[in-house]
Design a protein around this ligand. Structure first.
Ligand SMILES: *Cc1c(COP(=O)(O)O)cnc(C)c1O
Length: 376
C-alpha cells in the first residue's frame, strides 16, 4: 500500500529534541528552539514577526482576537476549506460568509468578494489551497476600500509566493500549520505571521495568557503581570526543536516534494490534454510549494470509481473538503453569499494523490500509470 501521507522525518529531529531537554533544560514554551523557529520564519518570509503557536487553528484564533472580531461580525471566506478557517471566528460569535471558489485554483473567487461585503463585514480570510496563492492584489484592494482586516489561511502555503512575496505576509496576519500532514511538521503546531510591528506586542500578550511575559524575558520590564484577556497558544520547546530540524532541511524537503509534483504533472499531462482530467493550475506570478497533487475527474461518480480503482491497486488516494456550508455547523453558524456554482461541483471532482517527503520516483510512476490505466 502506498500511503496518502507520511509525516515528514529527516532523521535529525530526535537529536534536536534531546538538545532541548538535556542541554538547554528548557522544554516549556518560548525556549531557544522556539526563538530559532521564529527567526527562521521571519528571515525566510521577510515578515515583521513570526510567533510559533500550538496549531494553525490557534494562530487563526489569535488573529481573530487581534482583529477584535465580535459577536455578529461577518467574515468572508471560501466554503471549500478546513473547519478551522471558520471555527476561529465562530468562537468569537462571528458569522462566516461563504463565497464561491474559482474552478482553476480552488481558491476564493476574488471577483465575488465585494458583493458579499455588508456593513457588518470585518475581515476576509483567503485560503491558499494546495499552497497556491489567491489573487491577493484584488483582495487587498477590496480590504483597503472597505476597511477590512485580511487574515491569510496559509496553512498549506509555507514557502509559496505571490508576486515574489511569501504567502502569509501579505495580509495583516498569516497563519501557517505544522500539522503532520503539512510540508514541515512538529506533530501539532503552527505559526502566526504579523505584517505590522504595531500588532506584535498585543499578539505576544494574548499568546501568553494575557501577560506581558515576553517583555519581561527581554528585560524591558521588572516583573510581568496580567494586562489583557488571553490564552495559551505557545508550543513546548521540544516540539519546536522537532520542527527546527525540518526547517534546517527545508530546501531538501521542498525539492524532494517538487520532484514528485513535477513528475506527476509530466506523466499525467497527456491525459489532461485529451480532456479526460484536469490538473492543478499555477497562476502567473505565483510559485507553489508542492504541498498537494490532485487530479479532477469528470464528476463525483467518476471520482469515486477512480479512488476505488487506485485502492484496489494499493494506492491510498483521498478526496478533500466537504464544503463547510453544507456541514451541520456551517448551516447553523454561516451562510453562503450568492450562488454555489463551483464550490460543491469542483470539490466532488477532486482526488488527491499520495504526496509526501520521501515518496519515491518509481511510486509516482506507478501511481500515474494506474491513473492512466483507469482512463484507458
Ligand atoms: C491544516 C489546515 C488547517 C489547520 O491546521 P492545524 O495546524 O491542524 O490547526 C487550517 N486550514 C487549512 C486550509 C489547513 O489545510
Amino acid at each position: 500500500m502506498i500511503d496518502f501521507n507520511v509525516p515528514p522525518y529527516v532523521g535529525t529531529e530526535m537529536k534536536y529534541v534531546e538538545e532541548a531537554a538535556a542541554v538547554n533544560h528548557k522544554i516549556c514554551g518560548d525556549g531557544p528552539f522556539t526563538h530559532r523557529c521564529n527567526e527562521w520564519l521571519e528571515k525566510r518570509t521577510k515578515t515583521a514577526k513570526a510567533l510559533l503557536t500550538t496549531s494553525c487553528t490557534h494562530a487563526t484564533e489569535l488573529a481573530a482576537l487581534l482583529s477584535e472580531i465580535k459577536e455578529g461580525d461577518e467574515v468572508i471566506m471560501p466554503s471549500y476549506t478546513f473547519v478551522s478557517t471558520a471555527d476561529a471566528f465562530v468562537l468569537r460569535g462571528a458569522v462566516p460568509v461563504f463565497v464561491d471558489i474559482r474552478p482553476d485554483t480552488m481558491n476564493i473567487d476574488e471577483t465575488k468578494i465585494e458583493k458579499a461585503v455588508t456593513e457588518r463585514t470585518r475581515a476576509i480570510v483567503p485560503v491558499h489551497y494546495a499552497g497556491v496563492s489567491c489573487e491577493m492584489d484584488t483582495i487587498m484592494k477590496i480590504a483597503e476600500t472597505c476597511h477590512l482586516t485580511v487574515i491569510e489561511d496559509a496553512a498549506q502555503g509555507i514557502l509559496s509566493t505571490y508576486k515574489g512575496r511569501a504567502l502569509g505576509t501579505i495580509g495583516d496576519f498569516g497563519c501557517f500549520s505544522f500539522h503532520e500532514t503539512k510540508n514541515y511538521s512538529m506533530g501539532e503546531g503552527g505559526a502566526l505571521l504579523i505584517r505590522d510591528k504595531k500588532n506584535v506586542e498585543r499578539a505576544e500578550i494574548i499568546r501568553e495568557k494575557g501577560t506581558n511575559r515576553a517583555k519581561f524575558f527581554r528585560g524591558q520590564i521588572d516583573k510581568y503581570t496580567w494586562v489583557d484577556a488571553g490564552s495559551s497558544y505557545l508550543p513546548g520547546d521540544m516540539n519546536a526543536a522537532y520542527l527546527m530540524a525540518q526547517l534546517d532541511a527545508a530546501d531538501e524537503i521542498f525539492e524532494d516534494r517538487m520532484r514528485s509534483w513535477n513528475l506527476y504533472y509530466e506523466l499525467l499531462k497527456p491525459l489532461a490534454d485529451e480532456g479526460k482530467i484536469v490538473l492543478p493550475y499555477i497562476p502567473e506570478n505565483c510559485t507553489h510549494n508542492a504541498h498537494m497533487f490532485y487530479v479532477k475527474a469528470k464528476d463525483l461518480e467518476e471520482r469515486s470509481a477512480l479512488l476505488s480503482f487506485l485502492k484496489e491497486n494499493g494506492i491510498q488516494s483521498v478526496f478533500h473538503y466537504i464544503p463547510l456550508h453544507s456541514a451541520p455547523a456551517g448551516e447553523k453558524f454561516g451562510r453562503f453569499h450568492g450562488e454555489d456554482v463551483y464550490t460543491t461541483k469542483e470539490s466532488e471532482r477532486l482526488a488527491r494523490l499520495p504526496m509526501f517527503y520521501g515518496l519515491k520516483e518509481e511510486q509516482v510512476r506507478y501511481i500515474a500509470e494506474k491513473v492512466l490505466e483507469f482512463y484507458r
